[in-house]
Design a protein around this ligand. Structure first.
Ligand SMILES: Cc1cc2nc3c(=O)[nH]c(=O)nc-3n(C[C@H](O)[C@H](O)[C@H](O)COP(=O)(O)OP(=O)(O)OC[C@H]3O[C@@H](n4cnc5c(N)ncnc54)[C@H](O)[C@@H]3O)c2cc1C
Length: 359
């Protein structure tokens, strides 16, 4: 029987469970849904004070690019048209409802400050409030979009240039009037450029060529095709898995570069350097700007993971299809909710190993 951490006494030493899940986003909640159907005792901890906060912190106008049918977690469908797209807040609310619907033992507002391996091969997690949890196995579900990357070029702009990321940008009111340079043409860069062009002069600096796919093919959502053809379930190491990862596709919801240009966004080549208020581009052009939004990706936050062999020299998690080289440590990471298919592949393998490590 699983108990909520909130109900536990702090005076009786560390809490002991079979499995500790770190992170109560989609991956962590889906893992707990499965764990709740076993005899294993488990806890899930999350640093945010409310489930869904990793969505609430993103820009106000964010609407998911995966339809409800492909954004729902196991056992509980998102309410509304399965072909429609949930807003950021609706999705955050869904995650909260999901946890309470299945009575998952989520302990919010308390992250793992440090995770260590003990001599008896169990793990000790020290939480932000100083309490400890001892677990035989740990599932890391801390997300693939943790820390927005700000490149070294940023240091060349002077303090008159406002600099934000998709996490610190919420709406056009955050920016001074004038020219905004959005760097990076992934889904968030394009969303933000499309929104800002209504109020500002906008430049979008693009990187490698991105593939956008049509929203629907032969009357069906393209996500349906990707799912039905097995492309989303491909193992990350397989040829198709590698292709999907390289393509990192997202649907063209009026976000092609030509659509954006028609709406007034000035699409430029790669940003190569900066000086004071000047941005210099790969084609030799330059432009005076007033603000910049860095939408060039994210990196892992692994400082809390103090176990030899669990991270590489860049500080990224070491894992293959969800398995860490450290026995008993598992990773559930989905670049898309959709790729819980990929996550499922990983978790099926992980589950076998998890059971083996607990037996
Ligand atoms: C701007 C943007 C738009 C996106 N739009 C879509 C979309 O439309 N459709 C889609 O499928 N995907 C989308 N994604 C990707 C989507 O966010 C991820 O697929 C999804 O959030 C992954 O879920 P997760 O559970 O792995 O991670 P998250 O949802 O990020 O959850 C990780 C959780 O771990 C917690 N955590 C982190 N570190 C610790 C710690 N040390 N201790 C305790 N807790 C910790 C965090 O507080 C967080 O709640 C988008 C991403 C971004 C950045």
């Amino acid at each position: 029987m699983n108990r909520s951490f909130r109900q536990l006494s702090v005076s009786h030493g560390p809490e002991e469970v079979d499995v500790l899940v770190i992170g109560a986003g989609q991956a962590g909640l889906a893992a707990c849904y499965s764990l709740a159907r076993t005899e294993l005792s488990f806890l899930i901890v999350d640093r945010h004070s409310r489930i869904g906060d990793s969505w609430r912190r993103r820009y106000d106008s964010l609407t998911l690019f995966t339809p409800r049918a492909f954004s729902s977690l196991p056992g509980l469908a998102l309410e509304g048209d399965p072909d429609g797209y949930p807003t950021r807040d609706a999705f955050a609310h869904y995650l909260e409802t999901y946890a309470s619907h299945f009575d998952l033992p989520v302990h919010s507002g308390n992250g793992v400050a440090r995770l260590e391996r003990r001599a008896d091969e169990r793990f000790t997690a020290q939480l932000d409030d100083g309490r400890h949890v001892v677990a035989k196995a740990v599932i890391v579900a801390t997300g693939a979009f943790q820390k927005p990357i700000v490149p070294t070029i940023a240091a060349g702009f002077d303090s008159a240039v406002t600099q934000l990321t998709p996490e610190s940008y919420h709406n056009p009111g955050d920016l001074p009037p004038g020219t905004v340079l959005v760097v990076g043409d992934g889904a968030s860069g394009r969303d933000i450029a499309a929104e800002l062009v209504l109020t500002h002069e906008v430049m979008l600096a693009v990187g490698r060529r991105r593939r956008l796919f049509p929203e629907r093919i032969l009357g069906k959502s393209t996500w349906w095709w990707l799912h039905t053809l097995g492309l989303m379930r491909a193992r990350p190491g397989s040829a198709i898995g590698r292709l999907m990862r390289r393509a990192d596709p997202f649907p063209d919801r009026d976000r092609s570069l030509s659509d954006l240009e028609q709406r007034g966004v000035a699409v430029s080549t790669r940003l190569v350097s900066s000086q004071d208020r000047l941005a210099f581009f790969a084609d030799g052009s330059k432009r005076v700007i007033d603000s910049v939004i860095w939408c060039i990706g994210y990196r892992d936050d692994t400082e809390w993971l103090q176990i030899a062999g669990s991270t590489d020299s860049n500080g990224s998690f070491l894992q293959t299809v969800g398995l860490s080289p450290v026995a008993g440590l598992f990773h559930l990471r989905s670049r898309l909710i959709q790729t819980q298919n990929a996550t499922r592949v990983a978790s099926a393998t992980a589950e076998r190993k998890l059971r083996a490590s607990l037996s």
